[in-house]
Design a protein around this ligand. Structure first.
Ligand code: ARG
Length: 587
């Protein structure tokens, strides 16, 4: 399907052409176009340009107006103020543009892909083995999933990496305990639920911890296990694998609840880089990027100091020879750059790990693994707070289990759906409840810019009014219901009709969908998409208030308005899909 040039791009081209005709010495100057309330667009670029070229801005603006080619596109271009241009598009151009988008059956609404897409590795949704998932893991999963979808929509090749915490000294304790209590992870039936898997792991973890803290000899045996594990002892590895497998049952159940696809081959945890660790250290030491200090292999930074003023190094290898989180992340960078051939490495990780990543990235830069062509970015997200504004905890002060939270969201949403439901069966209420509840949680997370902390407030999240996914889902369902009422045929556009101001505003906003995707993807900012969609639904509501659809004056008018409804619905649907949120046909 051919892609559609947006109206703002078309206007931009014409103004830029007129500008360079009026002022050849300015070369290809930017007219600086933006949406405006007074007209459809306003161009502000002439002022600065006139100043630079020592010309009179109003005169230059008048020159541009006289040279601009209006064609079927421009209704009116007028000079305003000290040298702005107010630009109005023809109704015909708006309808024809939307009709071309509507004709694109791929769901892309005529949005082109990027000219030079690259390869991005996205590191997100990385829980830890044998541990309960919490709200921090939720944020990484939700934001990472949306950013991945946005990037793919622009044509980027995305490789997903779920860097789970599946390695480290705690496994010595767990494995030793399992070795001494061999039936603790046995299952009575073949089918184990995620819930059961987690409770098995939790029980085992607590029991192992208890012995570890009270029994010195066990502690010694556990420590020996760590050495065996790192040396690749087969029996130890086989037991370690049991923990990983049991945890995956749990992880997958949570991701399924989150309505999120996580594929097993994309789960490459810390252990996946085991074979590279020694080499990573050797490369860093030989190049002088890392130095031995008190037996440990360290990288130092001028600007990273502890409270005592002493430099705090990144420790790549501990003095006992053990490798930690930094060695794994540095090895992962080598893998992603040299094997996966990435241009961009994106890490969707809690802001509290920012210092770690700053040091890791700088080390990789010094080693030459990262450079101008290959760069790494942490998409750092803030903390999830409770309603009281403090880090989210249960009343007992414990970390809130993610599953409990999701279940509660689904319950609340089901209550909302049930209350509004007219002709929905119990089964449908349950299905919609899940889609609305999970959508609400995702939307609340995505609609605040990632680096900010946000309050987890279920009442607000499932509210029908305001900037929530529920509001958008209802807007979508309402449009679909109008279209059903009108019959199944695909409404045709009528470019000859005059448009109401509310139709124009809606149409121009639909046209800017592609620009929004491009911006949200380039800036890793899903909240730009949520803001766009919220405004889309608001503009639709105004349109619907002002312009009768099924009772419009003429059959052509009815059809054209139905077409506007449909193209809006498709845009809403696609936008929500890029956030990982469902849009049920009926609510
Ligand atoms: N598993 C870690 C955690 O739960 C997050 C991993 C982030 N990714 C990375 N490459 N270090 O905090």
């Amino acid at each position: 399907m051919a892609s559609v040039t947006s109206l703002s791009d078309s206007v931009h081209q014409r103004l830029a052409a007129a500008l360079s005709a009026a002022l050849p010495q300015a070369g290809s100057a930017d007219p600086l176009l933006r949406r405006s309330d007074r007209a459809d667009f306003q161009a502000n670029g002439i002022l600065a340009l006139a100043k630079k070229e020592k010309a009179n801005p109003r005169e230059l603006a008048t020159q541009v107006v006289s040279r601009v080619e209006s064609g079927e596109l421009l209704q009116d271009v007028e000079v305003s103020g000290p040298g702005f241009l107010n630009i109005t598009i023809t109704d015909r151009a708006i309808t024809e543009n939307l009709a071309a988008r509507y004709a694109d059956d791929t769901g892309r609404l005529g949005v082109p892909t990027a000219e030079h897409p690259g390869v991005t590795v996205v590191d997100y949704a990385q829980p830890n083995v044998a541990k309960e998932m919490h709200v921090g893991h939720l944020r990484s999963a939700v934001i990472g999933d949306s950013v991945t979808r946005l990037l793919e929509f622009t044509g980027e090749s995305v490789v997903r990496r779920h860097h789970i915490g599946d390695w480290g000294t705690q496994f010595g304790m767990l494995i030793q305990y399992l070795d001494e209590h061999p039936h603790e992870l046995d299952h009575e039936s073949a089918e184990v639920s995620g819930e059961e898997a987690m409770s098995n792991l939790d029980r085992l973890y607590k029991a192992a911890r208890k012995v570890f803290d009270s029994d010195e000899e066990f502690k010694t045996r556990a420590r020996r296990r760590v050495v065996d594990l790192q040396a690749g002892d087969p029996q130890t590895l086989a037991m370690w694998q049991k923990f990983v497998d049991e945890s995956k049952i749990y992880f997958f159940s949570v991701f399924e609840k989150l309505d999120m696809e996580v594929r097993d081959p994309d789960i490459v945890g810390e252990s996946g880089y085991n074979d590279m660790l020694a080499e990573t250290c050797r490369l860093l030491e030989e190049s002088g990027v890392a130095v031995r200090s008190e037996g440990a292999l360290c990288v130092f930074f001028d600007d990273v100091k502890g409270p005592d003023g002493k430099p705090v190094p990144l420790i790549v290898q501990k003095s006992d020879g053990g490798y930690g989180y930094a060695a794994t992340d540095l090895s992962a960078i080598r893998d992603r750059v040299f094997n996966l051939k990435a241009n961009t490495l994106l890490y969707v990780v809690d802001a509290r790990q920012s210092l770690h990543f700053r040091m890791v990235f700088e080390t990789a830069r010094r080693a030459g693994w990262l450079n101008e062509d290959v760069h790494a970015v942490q998409l750092a997200f803030g903390t999830v707070l409770g309603k009281d504004g403090k880090p989210f905890k249960t009343r007992e002060g414990e970390t809130v289990r993610l599953v409990d939270l999701l279940d509660e969201a689904i319950d609340r949403a089901s209550a909302v759906v049930r209350e509004k439901a007219q002709d929905l069966s119990e089964e449908e209420i349950a299905e919609r409840g899940a889609q609305v509840g999970i959508g609400a949680v995702k939307y609340a997370d995505l609609s605040t810019s990632a680096n900010r902390d946000y309050k987890f407030d279920l009442d607000q999240m499932v509210s029908l009014n305001g900037d929530t996914s529920v509001y958008l889902q209802y807007a979508y369902a309402r449009i679909r219901s109008i279209l059903r009422k009108a019959g199944e045929t695909r409404p045709a556009a009528h470019p000859e009709l005059e448009l109401h101001a509310a139709e124009r505003a809606l149409g121009l906003h639909v046209d800017s969908f592609g620009a929004t995707v491009a911006e949200a993807a380039a800036e890793y900012a899903p909240h730009k998409m949520t803001a766009y969609l919220y405004q889309l639904a608001s503009l639709y509501t105004t349109f619907y208030d002002k312009c009768p659809v099924l009772k419009a004056e003429s059959p052509e008018q009815v059809e054209n308005r139905l077409f506007l409804c449909d193209v809006t619905a498709r845009t809403l649907h696609q936008g929500m899909a890029l956030l990982g949120i469902r849009t049920p046909e009926r609510l």
